[in-house]
Design a protein around this ligand. Sequence first.
Ligand SMILES: Cc1cc2nc3c(=O)[nH]c(=O)nc-3n(C[C@H](O)[C@H](O)[C@H](O)COP(=O)(O)OP(=O)(O)OC[C@H]3O[C@@H](n4cnc5c(N)ncnc54)[C@H](O)[C@@H]3O)c2cc1C
Ligand SMILES: C[S@@+](CC[C@H](N)C(=O)[O-])C[C@H]1O[C@@H](n2cnc3c(N)ncnc32)[C@H](O)[C@@H]1O
Length: 668
Amino acid sequence: MNRDNQPWWPVTAATIDWSDDGDPISNQFGDVYYSRENGLAESEHVFLRGNDLPRRWQNLTQDTFCIGETGFGTGLNFLLSWQLWRQLPQPRPRLHYLSIEKFPLRREDMQRALASWPELAPLSRQLLLCWPDLLPGQHRLILEGGQLTLDLWWEDVGDALPDLASHGPMIDAWYLDGFAPARNESMWQPALYDAMATLSRPGASFATFTAAGHVRRGLQEAGFKVEKAAGFGRKRECLRGTLARPGIDPGYRQTPWDLDQSPPSPADSALIIGAGLAGCTTAAALARRGISVTLLDAGELAGAASGNEQGILYTRLSKRHSALTDFALQSVHFAAALYRQMFASGELRRGEDGELCGSFQLQANEDELAILEERLATAPELAVVLQADAAQALLGVRPPGAGYWYPGSGWLNPPSLCRALVERPGITLLENCGELSLGQGRGQWQALREGKALAEAPLVIVCAGVSAAGFPGLEWLPLQAIRGQTSHIPCHGGSADLKAAFCHEGYIAPARNGSHCIGATFELRATDTALRGADHRHNLDKLAAALPQWQAHLEAIDIESLSGRVGFRCASPDYLPVAGPVPDRESFLQTYAGLRKNARHTIFARGNYMQGLYVNTAHGSRGLTSTPLVAEVLASRICAQAPPLSRELLRALSPARFLVRDLARNRI
Ligand SMILES: Cc1cc2nc3c(=O)[nH]c(=O)nc-3n(C[C@H](O)[C@H](O)[C@H](O)COP(=O)(O)OP(=O)(O)OC[C@H]3O[C@@H](n4cnc5c(N)ncnc54)[C@H](O)[C@@H]3O)c2cc1C
Ligand SMILES: C[S@@+](CC[C@H](N)C(=O)[O-])C[C@H]1O[C@@H](n2cnc3c(N)ncnc32)[C@H](O)[C@@H]1O
């Protein structure tokens, strides 16, 4: 869904009335979330057995099974499916559950509703722990050590299903659960049945609690074989069935340059060039899908931009939607959840490898603060506007003004994060390989060192920072290097009070091993790697301007004695990452040549992409935020699974966007 430039608001939460028995009733729709006789037994009967899951899951040969649901509500169907899946013997197929919900329940309402099912308590607790904010868009939750993916699309089903359908079949079973058709027509429309059919894999099934005639006919017309089955409790009948013929191609409302002419071939191994944050998160995302990864680097793990002592988990708020803001918010949410899990599991150590202690971002623009204060009122878990006094209580030091408090944010030591990610099973790390190039031989991609193949695989993902544009087929990528220097200042009396990360024109986090890594300079077109005294001074001056109470101490620091680090951020012209399959440039220029004459012209041709070649770079100043979600974008595409973002955002990240834009601007 394209929301560009529309005002940004959190999504509207469900308003719930509670029955005397403690059952939730939707105030928006005047209907119950599940049967008041026995919601749990109804869900099992209608949805799980309606899709024949207990039997199908016993005999499954595919490695991922995907359930699509219209209306997540209280998550009862999800929890029961999860519970059933957990009872399967190992190794079991991975479960992917994708649910679309326009009015998510607030956490406290979820908690109250789920308290009715003590038998599901261990699973409900886990769901509640990662329950997303009211942030518009997609939320990917990863559970069960990566074996279970829950995608929650906080959207209208009328927007989300057609968006997903453009990617083609991915769903094995449908739960149609959008309140009674008489109370909510929007969920029971022919266009949605058509999108369901397009999204259905061969053999896909559906089940729903309703037996309404127009629903039955609509599903039949879309290509489903429909049968009536006994309903639950007082309901006489319900509907279930399977896809009888493949769904129709939904057609194109915009030039489908982002969709691949030929589907990705399945692969069980991959090469990744570059072991920074991009390479390590991508390795972990592929490995959790069973792809064995060889991760190669010219130097050491996290030896380039990802080698800083401390980095902040930043995001960006704006009163209007844009691809940049929407991606920044969705990705910080996903990254924070990943890091929370890694601290909880012991993969990361608190204080040593980082700390999700919250962060405060100074904001001088009072008009914007006032607007966002109102808009954030229903999403306090995402961010809150704080005046200096309130910020001081959380930060431990007094900032010079108001700003945003991000409770889920914090700082990390990027090398520790990279190390923890590559220690996961299925990843082989080859460090100090020297500068690699790519070649092809025996139908595989090869990582070459002076013409000699060090490793080969059918897939390769180039995660080489700004050097990505040095690889054949990628020379045209508009990447630029931005030099940055950090300074390591020793802890002092006042700095021990700092309890959270503080972002001003620079940043500082609570001390790690007795010092704070502060930064950072931002310099285009500089290539020297030596530390500069002037840059240390710049970092100290910025900090002194933000914390005048530290000025005397900062001025007394001997610049000559300071250590620090120089790194090069890689940025794209629109400051979004560059991630996706690599387009065949010449073929793109021919196929979409018509855009030169008329940029708005729809050209009904999919893009021609290089088989098995992907890129992931341009994480700019926000790699800690962006790389985990971008890794999921790539891994989902490679494995032909549901994407974690809307198509609009996928297009905003795609490397091919630059070719299409340049054609439309008549620049190439
Ligand atoms: C000074 C500074 C401060 C920053 N502060 C923050 C912050 O606070 N928060 C935040 O989120 N982000 C911050 N960033 C940005 C963040 O560090 C980057 O976005 C992130 O590290 C990018 O990761 P990457 O894997 O894309 O690149 P890199 O970490 O640069 O990894 C690329 C890897 O590819 C390898 N490589 C390149 N070419 C080849 C080749 N031909 N053969 C083999 N290997 C090759 C390199 O050796 C390197 O290891 C900062 C960056 C800098 C420079
Ligand atoms: C009956 S409830 C779902 C119950 C749920 N499956 C469960 O297990 O608790 C129907 C859900 O559909 C959602 N809904 C209604 N209209 C919608 C729309 N147009 N798009 C997306 N979700 C919608 C409602 O907010 C509600 O949560």
